[in-house]
Design a protein around this ligand. Sequence first.
Ligand SMILES: Nc1ncnc2c1ncn2[C@@H]1O[C@H](COP(=O)(O)OP(=O)(O)OP(=O)(O)O)[C@@H](O)[C@H]1O
Ligand SMILES: [Mg+2]
Length: 217
Amino acid sequence: MIQLYHVSKNYGNYQVLTDISLNVEKGEFLYITGPSGAGKTTLLNIIFCGVKADQGQMLVNGKNVLKLKNSDIPYYRREIGVVFQDFKLLPRKTVYDNIAFAQRVIGVRNKKLKKKVWMALKMVGLSHKKDLLPLSLSGGEQQRVAIARALINEPSIILADEPTGNLDYDVSMEILSLFESANSRGATVIVATHNREIIKNFPHRIIRLNYGKAVEN
Ligand SMILES: Nc1ncnc2c1ncn2[C@@H]1O[C@H](COP(=O)(O)OP(=O)(O)OP(=O)(O)O)[C@@H](O)[C@H]1O
Ligand SMILES: [Mg+2]
C-alpha cells in the first residue's frame, strides 16, 4: 500500500534520509523509532506529501505520489489521517470546530457531522471541553483533539507523529487502543515514537531510523 524506493532527503548539505526503501502492506501497523533528529517526522511528512523527497519513488495505493500535481494533493490527503508532532490545531476555532473541520472539508452534512463529532469527542474524553480554544487546553488535551481530528474521517492511512508525547501512561494506552481498533477495521497505521511502553503493550513491526538509514528491528 505504501512503497518507498530509494528515497533520500537533504536539507542543504545535511542528508536526513539516505536511500530508504520500505514496503508497508495494507492493514499493517508499523512503528518508526530512532533518536531525535533521525528523520521520523521527515519520513511521515514525505508520505503525507508535505515534504518532497529529493530522490527515489513512492507509491501509495499504486499512485505515484511524488508526481502529484499540487492541486491533487488535497484529494490524496483525504485518505490520510495525520497527527502532527506539534498538533497544528486551528487556534481560532474551538475544540468542536477543529474536529468538525475535517468532516466539513469532505462535505459531511450537519446531522451526521454533529453525531460524528460527538462520538469523536467522547472517544478522546473531551466532551466537556468542546467550546474551548486550543490554547486554553493542556498539551495532552491538545494532542487528543489532534487525534480525534485524525480519526474522524475514518481514513485508510493513519500517520501519527509521537502521538503520546504529552500523555500519561493510561491515556497513552487508550490512544493506542484507538489506533488499534482503526487498524483492526482495516486502516494502515504508522506511528513514529520514542515510547517503549506503547511498543511493549502493542507490539508491531518496527523500523528504526539511524544515520539516515532504515533498519528493520
Ligand atoms: N525544514 C527543515 N529545514 C532544515 N532542516 C530540517 C528541516 N526539517 C527537519 N530538519 C532537520 O532534519 C533532521 C531530522 O528532523 P526530523 O524532524 O525528521 O527528526 P525526528 O526523528 O522527527 O526527531 P524528533 O524525535 O526530535 O521528533 C533534524 O536534524 C532537523 O534539524
Ligand atoms: Mg519528529
